[in-house]
Design a binder for this molecule. Structure first.
Ligand SMILES: *Cc1c(COP(=O)(O)O)cnc(C)c1O
Length: 469
């Protein structure tokens, strides 16, 4: 046995390495809810310790973990806490973190049932739960992918397969060259990952027929062109800025009549369909053909966790199918037929654990709290002179601006520098806005008040500076 092999057996046996990592992890959890959200300048500067050459010889494993803790921990953003409002992220439900930890030691890849019976079992159970939770057609299957970027890609790949198949064209065999034309219709506020998927799939962004949107970013139903059976219509459940939802009831009915394929980008918003009090937002969404949604945003699973749901199982598996002489198909679920990857981690472990832990009522409560906190934020911030809320608060997004783009920019920068909370900026109909996304189970009323105070402080600092200048 080589020295290296010897050492690795030893580490597996005496578990010191794992105990140390766990202790560091617990230290991290102790601090993460109270600390400043963004790393300090010093922590960022210290990242330069990672600028080193790849070691020639194997090094001490404990020191590897030590370095990660010492310099990695302070340079994380506290997305787990209640005052991270950047992009559209999400914290982690504790049971999901614990389950991920346990599953890490199993190191499962649920590509085939024989590769991971437990992974395969949990995937089939969660598929059924999600179909019920979202009130989707009974024929719907689920693929467990890394996020909505990939889920969008899978949904559009299924659509591409089906439309071409109806035209007697097998995309897998013949490719796109000289293929029948596929029309793409989507709103002017489609998410960038939808455009990316269109690009990757060779459908061509130039071919998109863009539809006008209203002042919340929703597609204007009257502006949708005539649809036909060769059209993919892409709708949105949760505009990434305003959180707004397209009018699925009206649009899907029209699309269904034309036999068009409707794909829903519901990265964070599809969860509204699981909550009775929010179902007015998603009415009619079950009439679509495919739905992309994240676990790692609204549901607060650990990264990375996305789901593609598709009512046309044959289109989905045909689009993503692969085979090889060594592949063992079974009567149970073989996960790889529903995802672009063959090997992938068993993210289903966390997803299952969180759904089982929360239950239907827990999901409702967690999501409704996000909506209430968003409304609280909007209410408190509009009471402060100099701040304006630019959108209707329907789910979890609040767009705030100041009197001018320049002030908005500088105030945002100051808020980021104060580090009490963290959020980013965006453009909203030609104006700069600060985008507050409330996506964490951990956000309390007091977190919102603290954040609002930080906004007020930033504006006050800005105003005094302005007077001095
Ligand atoms: C976040 C988001 C995506 C991309 O999802 P990832 O999980 O980051 O890949 C797509 N669409 C919308 C509306 C989103 O909010």
């Amino acid at each position: 046995m080589s020295k290296l092999q010897d050492n690795m057996f030893l580490e597996m046996r005496n578990k010191e390495l794992f105990k140390q990592a766990q202790q560091y992890a617990f230290e991290y959890l102790e601090g993460v809810f109270d600390r400043n959200v963004y790393p300090t300048e010093e922590a960022l500067k210290n990242l330069s310790v990672f600028n080193e050459e790849l070691p020639v010889n194997s090094t001490n494993a404990k020191r590897v973990i030590e370095q990660l803790h010492k310099y990695g921990n302070p340079a994380t953003t506290a997305t787990l806490g209640g005052r991270y409002f950047g992009f559209v992220c999400g914290s982690v439900v504790p049971v999901g973190l614990a389950a991920k930890n346990l599953g890490t030691y199993w190191d499962q890849a649920p590509a085939m049932n024989v590769l991971s019976p437990i992974g395969s079992k949990l995937e089939s159970v969660v598929e059924k739960w999600l179909v019920e939770l979202f009130h989707l057609p009974q024929t719907t299957s689920a693929g467990f992918v890394s996020g909505t970027s990939t889920a969008n890609l899978c949904g559009l790949a299924a659509a591409r397969y089906r439309i071409l198949e109806r035209n007697h064209w097998d995309i897998n065999e013949k490719g796109l060259r000289n293929s029948p034309k596929i029309r793409i219709v989507t709103g002017k506020h489609a998410h960038s990952t939808v455009l990316k998927a269109i690009g990757i799939l060779g459908l061509g962004k130039e071919n998109i027929e863009w539809v006008e949107v209203d002042n919340q970013g929703r597609i204007i139903p009257e502006s949708i062109p005539e649809l036909d059976e060769n059209t993919i219509l892409i709708l949105q459940a949760g505009n990434v800025n305003s959180g707004a939802f397209d009018d699925f009831e009206r649009i899907c009915k029209k699309a269904k009549k034309a036999n068009a394929w409707v794909h829903i980008d519901g990265a964070f918003g599809l969860w509204a369909q699981a909550v009775k009090e929010l179902q007015h937002l998603t009415k009619g969404i079950e009439k679509a053909s495919s739905w992309a949604v994240d676990g790692h945003k609204t549901l607060n699973t650990p990264y990375d966790c996305g789901i593609i749901l598709c009512s046309d199982q044959e289109a989905m598996t045909s689009a993503l199918h692969m085979s090889g002489s060594y592949i063992v198909e079974s009567d149970e679920r073989d996960g790889m037929f529903y995802t672009p990857e063959m090997s992938r981690r068993a993210r289903i472990i966390e997803l299952w654990s969180i759904l089982k832990y929360l239950g239907k009522n827990g999901i409702d409560e967690m999501i409704l709290n996000m909506t209430q906190r968003a409304k609280q934020f909007a209410e408190e911030i509009t009471k402060t002179k100099g701040f304006y809320v630019e959108n209707d608060i329907v789910l979890n997004q609040v767009l705030v601006r100041c009197d001018t783009d320049e002030i908005t920019d500088r105030v945002l920068h100051t808020i980021q520098r104060l580090r009490v909370c963290w959020l980013g900026g965006s453009m909203w109909f030609g104006k700069k806005v600060m985008r507050v996304s409330i996506c964490s189970w951990a956000t309390t009323e007091s977190d919102i008040s603290k954040a609002v105070k930080s906004f007020q402080k930033a504006l006050a600092l800005e105003t005094t500076k302005g007077h001095k200048a």
